[in-house]
Ligand binder design. Structure first.
Ligand code: 1HN
Length: 347
């Protein structure tokens, strides 16, 4: 039974008196506050790397990494222009670091992930440990860790940044500090974390006191090798192909507390079934090309492109060749709060 909210002169006069008391009627806004299904402000959107790369390089001519602190072009969801967000809860951007440049050390409570889109051999340092980055690597800077980036190679490097900025903003929990020097002192050798924590081993007595994985680079060569080996079993998920989550080896949980990260392999000619979930998801094409149907929008994607699928919008993928898709979303948060829902098309 639907009852219309009445609109009378008496009610209108009543509403006008309420703001003086810092009050407002619920019944005029209730249907917008509590919707029967997610009514996402996010829209599906696609950033072709071919189209945005010239603008990123132009930014490289106009401002240095040092001047900008981070030289990034933000990927703004067209449903929320000016809000520096790609989904309701997440920020994304494409960051450029040119040969010889340094992006100075700082730390913040927002967690950050990097997915390397172009280039080879630049580094990110986290709390004094460098990791060299290659295309397709997934790199983490955990909340409140000192981090700086540098490019000691002879070519530009571009990566996709994913941060939980809007989520942390919503919780009013943002803290930020600059390190007094440009770079944080190097205290451990390159590769230490991966050897120590990412080799199917953990040092005896090791206890983690943070919710983020101690492995802060998941190299694409390893991820790809794992999925290529799994591929021979031919056990494809109808909606996802072969999709694996990046895990924290200490807990088996997602690698980051606020953002889920996955790599999926879709074989050439596979057509995924319709899938929707409450976690708006950002995809970056690590390899291959194809098409995705996102609600009413068709997206033709290629290697290095980024696209976003809003909450509760049906997605289907049609890879034209064997394709690797990296993706991230706020799924861990939703799961921990008991909010995550998904729906697979009945076949
Ligand atoms: C940040 O620290 C990085 O460290 C990138 O590379 C993007 C966007 C907003 C705030 C901090 C980085 C960022 C950021």
């Amino acid at each position: 039974m639907t009852v219309e909210v009445p609109d009378t002169p008496e009610l209108r006069a009543f509403y006008e008196r309420l703001p003086d008391y810092r009050l407002a009627p619920l019944w005029t806004v209730l249907s917008n506050l509590i919707t029967p299904v997610p009514r996402s402000r996010s829209q599906s959107a696609h950033w072709s790397y071919e189209k945005v790369r010239p603008l990123i390089m132009e930014a490289g001519d106009l401002i240095t990494a040092r001047q900008a602190e981070r030289r990034v072009l933000i990927l703004e969801n067209p449903g929320m222009p000016g809000e520096s967000r790609i989904t309701e809860t997440l920020y994304a951007g494409l960051q450029l670091i040119l040969p010889g440049e340094i992006a100075p050390a700082h730390r913040h409570t927002q967690s950050a992930l990097r997915f390397i889109v172009e280039g080879s051999g630049a580094y990110t340092a986290v709390d004094g440990e460098k990791t060299m980055m290659e295309e397709g690597d997934f790199v983490i800077t955990p909340s409140w860790t000192w981090h700086d980036h540098g490019n000691e190679s002879d070519a530009p490097m571009v990566w996709l940044d994913g941060l939980d900025i809007p989520l942390v903003g919503m919780l009013d929990a943002s803290f930020f500090e600059k390190y007094p020097d440009e770079v944080f002192p190097e205290v451990r050798p390159v590769g230490d974390a991966l050897a120590r924590y990412g080799s199917g081993l953990l040092p005896i007595g090791y206890e983690s006191h943070v919710p983020t994985s101690p492995v802060f680079n998941y190299p694409f060569v390893r991820t790809r090798e794992a999925l290529e080996r799994m591929k021979v079993a031919n056990e494809w998920d109808a909606c996802h192909g072969l999709k694996s989550k990046y895990v924290n080896p200490v807990t088996g949980d997602y690698a980051m507390p606020t953002m889920a990260t996955h790599m999926q392999l879709l074989p050439k000619g596979f057509e995924t079934c319709g899938y929707r979930s409450t976690d708006s998801t950002v995809f970056s094409v690590a390899e291959g090309h194809g098409r995705s149907q996102v609600g009413d929008t068709t997206i033709d994607w290629q290697k290095r492109d980024t696209f976003v699928v809003p909450s509760w919008t049906e997605v289907r993928h049609f890879p034209a060749e064997d394709s690797y898709l990296f993706s991230f979303s706020d799924r861990p948060v939703q799961e921990k709060l008991g909010l995550f829902r998904e729906l697979r098309e009945a076949k």
